[in-house]
Design a protein around this ligand. Structure first.
Ligand SMILES: CCCCCCCC/C=C\CCCCCCCC(=O)SCCNC(=O)CCNC(=O)[C@H](O)C(C)(C)COP(=O)(O)OP(=O)(O)OC[C@H]1O[C@@H](n2cnc3c(N)ncnc32)[C@H](O)[C@@H]1OP(=O)(O)O
Length: 209
């Protein structure tokens, strides 16, 4: 038996609703790490969350929303860093930097804590990995991280604005070298990254002119 989708089924509307749901879950995650309610209340909330989780699992896909190359660029709603539909994502919103490469204004949250009052180094590395990958795309190429080297110069705060930047520095065959930083808005560099991205052969012509 096949099941026809209702004529009014609108995938874009469903994805918008999923993005709103993901944002609510991010707020939930922040509330969980910061909560100071009594144990009984936590147990009661957990029971409600179990019920909510079951409701979402009632209809399940086998993977997150798939990436798409659209006329407006690359959209990956399920991505762990940029995906609006993925609660794990900040989500990072990347723009083309007028000075070249890619740029993102971002603010880490208490859920990203590593050392006390500081962002986990792996979280900073993840953000930079993606930003460097985007800068490869900004240079008209598409690559996967081959190597990523990070220098942590100062602790990264959460709960206040920081700026991520990345730009390709050199390209040779399927290799692209990229540098990036996370800085305070006054330009103080907190983390530096340098990476080598490799274009898998099937992706060589993936980025439209
Ligand atoms: C239709 C699709 C369209 C996509 C469009 C994208 C648009 C983008 C838009 C928006 C930005 C998104 C940004 C995302 C950013 C996220 C980044 C990540 O987190 S990526 C996940 C972590 N990285 C991996 O999982 C890689 C796993 N590794 C592999 O898959 C392969 O090893 C790969 C592709 C890296 C290389 O495999 P080979 O078979 O293609 O290449 P071989 O022949 O081995 O090497 C070619 C050359 O590169 C060097 N090389 C290879 N791997 C290297 C490495 N790890 N480090 C240094 N050099 C390496 C080799 O020595 C060789 O150099 P010689 O030609 O001999 O000079």
């Amino acid at each position: 038996m096949t099941m026809d989708l209702a004529p009014e089924y609108d995938e874009e509307a469903r994805l918008s609703a999923q993005a709103v749901l993901a944002q609510q879950v991010r707020e939930l995650m922040d509330a969980v790490v910061l909560t100071d309610v009594p144990e009984d209340e936590m147990t009661a909330v957990t029971a409600e969350l179990v019920a909510l989780t079951e409701r979402l699992k009632a209809a399940r896909r086998d993977r997150p929303p798939v990436p798409e190359l659209t006329r407006n660029g690359f959209r990956h709603l399920g991505n762990a860093v940029t995906g609006a539909c993925n609660p794990h994502a900040l989500p990072l919103v990347i723009e083309r930097d007028p000075e070249g490469g890619s740029r993102a204004d971002l603010e880490f949250r208490p859920t990203h804590e590593g050392p006390p009052d500081s962002v986990h180094g792996g979280v900073s590395a993840m953000i930079l990995d993606h930003l460097l990958g985007d800068a490869v795309a900004a240079a008209g190429r598409a690559g996967m991280t081959g190597t990523l080297s990070i220098r942590y110069r100062r602790r990264v705060p959460y709960g206040q604005p920081v700026v991520g930047r990345a730009a390709a520095t050199r390209a040779e065959g399927r290799k692209t070298w990229v540098d990036g930083t996370i800085s305070l808005p006054d330009g103080t560099v907190l983390v530096e990254a340098t990476g080598l991205f490799i274009t898998p052969t099937p992706w060589v012509n993936a980025i439209p002119e």
